[in-house]
Write a protein that binds this ligand. Structure first.
Ligand code: 4AD
Ligand code: MG
Length: 430
């Protein structure tokens, strides 16, 4: 049976055969070093002319980048290699020769790389980022399963907007108008009333004309929703969840963090509890930092979030935003109804808001009043109102943006490198 690079550690001293691609190579008159990758990892294959003979050696010297191969050789431990093992090659068999692979080891511009995203994904850095993404997803399921949550899948095609109506993707649904989901939240509220503690993980869509390092048109969100929970209890779930993700990535992605030159000391500090400041305090902090433009009642932009984050080496919760800049479903603070029981979690190091969450309105009359204020159509939301009609309970939830979290953990500047095929304002291909 063929082996993968991930498995070679169990075959030290033994001969294995594996399928691989040539990532890079170096050679002299007597020896060739093949950097091999197979998706599970990277390993160096060493081809010694005196051992393999002229024919195999010439083959090794002439293989081009991204040619696919079967390689047979003996696994040896090698402490100098970042992967710990090396393959002493005996035989090589070309499956398919790649000619002029466009992404060479030299530097390329971003647009060129994005045009070749389908091939760029093979590079070491992109591979590391996707492995970190995968670890966050794995740890998410583990965390919520261990904490008594059930995974529920909200629909992607919806008839009602959860967040702002200006950012909806419209589509025909036979004779009706439908939208691509901006958030599964409204459905997750229904699910929380049926299952108590639930979470979702799925794609969401925002027709936002934003071209920033933090915005994607299509992104993936993890949305937990919890019955019988208030705002403060939800914050505790959030900080425990994010701390769990950090610890899992530090434990299981050492090689990847290393490949990305990530400063792991900064990540190692991230542990619950996280600091909390109110929106009011955040406004004062910004004014002290010289942001004269910000006035109470206005939303924060990316520069504001970054400035706030600089005051902490932890993610920070900004709580109690003014009701008029937040979504219709957020519960007003009973002691101060002009602000709502909500929080945004701002990541350190300028990665911005990674979580938005709130306690939800559970009172039927207040929810009806919000519908009118926000001019939401009664028909599309009738079912959502009924959640407040039959055994309504205090409940809260939040949404974590996967790509921004991957960017933060990986230390990559732009979210476009944190999803396999990014959908951006000016990009639908590949
Ligand atoms: O703050 P948002 O809009 O919150 C909601 O959608 C709530 N309904 C979630 C809930 O309570 N169930 O989005 C949540 C998170 C943001 O904090 C951000 O991390 C991410 O989703 N996000 C984006 N990520 C990439 N590109 C975009 N355009 C994003 N918009 C939001
Ligand atoms: Mg938000």
């Amino acid at each position: 049976m063929k082996k993968t690079i991930r498995e070679v550690k169990d075959y030290v001293g033994k001969e294995v055969k594996m399928g691989a691609w040539l990532a890079n190579k170096r050679s002299s008159g007597k020896i060739a070093f093949l950097q091999l990758r197979d998706g599970t990892g990277f390993i160096q294959g060493v081809v010694v002319k005196a051992e393999v003979g002229e024919e195999v050696f010439q083959l090794a010297k002439n293989i081009t980048q991204e040619t696919s191969l079967y390689v047979t050789g003996t696994v040896v431990e090698d402490t100098r290699s970042p992967f710990g093992y090396e393959l002493q090659v005996k035989e090589l068999e070309v499956i398919h020769a790649a000619v002029d692979f466009p992404i060479t080891p030299k530097e390329h511009g971003t647009e060129f790389l994005m045009d070749h995203r389908h091939l760029w994904l093979r590079s070491k850095k992109q591979h590391a980022v996707m492995k970190i993404r995968n670890e966050i997803i794995r740890a998410t399921y583990e965390f919520f399963n261990e904490n008594g949550f059930i995974k529920i899948d909200p629909p992607i095609l919806t008839g009602a907007a959860a967040e702002g109506t200006t950012e909806l993707f419209h589509t025909k649904y036979f004779d009706e108008e439908a939208y691509l989901s901006q958030s599964g939240q409204l459905y997750m509220e229904a699910a929380a009333m049926a299952f108590g503690k639930v979470f979702s993980f799925g794609p969401t869509f925002r027709a936002e004309k934003s071209k920033t390092r933090r915005h994607l048109i299509e992104f993936w969100m993890i949305e937990p929703e919890m019955a019988f929970m208030n705002h403060e209890e939800s914050l505790q779930v959030q900080e425990n969840y994010v701390s769990y993700l950090v610890a899992s990535v530090l434990k299981n992605c050492q090689l990847e963090l290393n490949t990305l030159d990530r400063d792991v000391e900064k990540l190692a500090k991230i542990k619950a509890p996280f600091p909390r400041i109110t929106y009011d305090e955040a406004v004062t902090l910004l004014q002290e930092k010289g942001f004269d433009d910000i006035k109470w009642g206005e939303d924060f932009g990316a520069p504001h979030e970054t400035a706030i984050a600089e005051s902490f080496d932890m993610p920070v919760f900004i709580t109690h935003y003014p009701a008029n800049i937040k979504a219709f479903y957020m519960k007003p603070d009973p002691e101060r109804p002009e602000v709502v029981l909500c929080a945004d979690l701002i990541a350190p190091e300028g990665y911005g808001e990674i979580i938005g969450g709130s306690q939800r309105i559970d009172d039927l009359d207040l929810m009806k009043q919000r519908y009118e204020e926000h001019q939401l159509s009664g028909d599309a939301y009738q079912w959502y109102l009924e959640l407040r009609q039959y055994g309504s309970v205090p409940h809260a939830g939040f949404g974590l943006g996967l790509e921004r979290t991957v960017a933060w953990f990986s230390g990559v500047e732009h979210v476009r490198e944190t999803i396999p095929f990014p959908r951006l304002l000016n990009r639908l291909y590949p």
